[in-house]
Design a protein around this ligand. Structure first.
Ligand code: ATP
Length: 361
């Protein structure tokens, strides 16, 4: 069994708690991304799964088996780092063959596996090239191949694409996903790049400051963020969050956003939970879901970012600023006033004190 279970896992370096708490179950054959900003504890978690670091407390189980005291070499994990570790004096073929050769595999078997992995990673034409003459992009591909050829039941990748260029990264995202589909390993993938996590992972574990914030499918964390950290971190740009006070109106429960006016009524389920709360809320909506409307929030355009296929329009300022994503030819320019509205069904509400998402009743 190559399911991974992290139970109450913590890690401190002296007085500093790098991982404050982590409870996570990764299913056999699942692609799990650990996603979060720099320093949130992703690599620390990964290093403990690999056996490179000892947990301060808690357990790591592979299937039913407790990994406490089991050295890295006996865990059956393949590991690929940000900085490829390959032998530059060897050819690509020799690099790929290295692991199976060390394990004493027969030559025919090694040849078969090298050819298969080279084909999958588009390395076949480069098999006899010396590694020291290859680009960073290709070296990272060789590093992935060298680990993958061992067919580990658990494959750990720590920011493997952060040094490769953008075009190549897009190709590698597809290849890594195919690799995992083919071998069906349990894959844990550390990244701070949400695009990598969103495009490849079955589920994403979002982390911040050594704490797991939410675990869910890419769409779950995008559509229903558990708290304001996830709401802001997922999405490019992140979710708009406007502070306001719930208020009754003749149309239903609205949120009074002060100088910005009042929002359209909240959907019934959400309104009934918000009615039972005290204090301010954060009214959240995705920039991609904003439309230009007859009635809505009237806001001054402060900046227009044209990014090719789409245009990001910055509206308002300070705490009341929001972003809206429109088609590239949207006819808005700086200084104009735009009336914008998010569809009611896509609105999310958060408790302004705790930052936790408010669920519809
Ligand atoms: P990055 O993408 O920048 O590597 P990360 O989310 O992977 O970020 P970690 O490398 O897990 O973060 O580090 C989490 C925190 O623990 C950081 O503040 C880091 O400085 C600290 N840390 C990591 N390893 C050690 C160590 N050996 N000694 C002291 N502090 C450490």
């Amino acid at each position: 069994m190559s399911a991974i279970h992290l139970k109450n896992l913590t890690k401190s370096f002296g007085d500093f708690a790098a991982l404050k708490t982590m409870d996570l179950e990764i299913a056999d054959g699942e692609f799990m991304a650990l996603l979060g900003p720099s320093g949130c504890g992703k690599s620390t978690t990964m290093n403990m799964i690999a056996g490179m670091e000892e947990p301060t407390s808690g357990k790591i189980l592979f299937g039913e088996r407790d990994m406490a005291g089991v050295p890295m070499g006996r865990r059956g994990v393949g590991f690929v780092f940000q900085n490829y570790a390959i032998f530059t004096h060897m050819s690509v073929r020799q690099n790929l063959a290295y692991g199976p050769r060390m394990r004493g595999a027969a030559k025919a078997e090694i040849d078969r596996r090298v050819c298969a992995i080279a084909e999958m990673l588009q390395l076949t034409p480069l098999l006899d090239r010396k590694a020291d003459r290859l680009s960073v992009n290709i070296l990272q591909r060789v590093a992935i191949g060298r680990s993958a050829i061992m067919e580990p039941a658990i494959f750990l990748l720590d920011e493997p694409l952060s040094n490769v260029d953008a075009a190549f990264r897009a190709v590698m995202r597809t290849e890594l996903k195919q690799l995992q589909r083919q071998f069906r390993q349990t894959m844990v993938y550390v990244t701070h790049d949400q695009l990598e996590a969103m495009t490849m992972a079955d589920r994403i574990a979002v982390m911040d400051h050594g704490v797991l914030q939410q675990v869910g499918t890419p769409l779950e964390v995008y559509n229903n963020p558990a708290n304001v950290f996830v709401a802001r971190f997922i999405g490019a740009p992140g979710m708009n969050l406007l502070r306001g006070r719930p208020a009754e109106s003749d149309r239903g429960l609205v949120v009074d956003l002060g100088p910005l006016g009042v929002t359209p009524p909240l959907p019934d389920g959400l309104a009934s939970t918000v009615r039972a709360m005290r204090g301010d809320v954060l009214y959240g909506f995705r920039p991609e879901q904003v439309t230009l409307a007859e009635r809505g929030l009237s806001m001054r355009v402060s900046f227009v970012e044209r990014i090719g296929a789409r245009t990001i329009v910055h509206l308002g300022e300070g705490e009341g600023a929001v972003k809206a994503v429109f088609e590239n030819d949207v006819g808005l320019s700086v200084g104009q006033t735009a009336v914008v509205a998010p569809p009611a069904s896509s609105v999310r509400v958060f408790d302004a004190t705790t930052g936790v998402s408010v669920k519809a009743g």
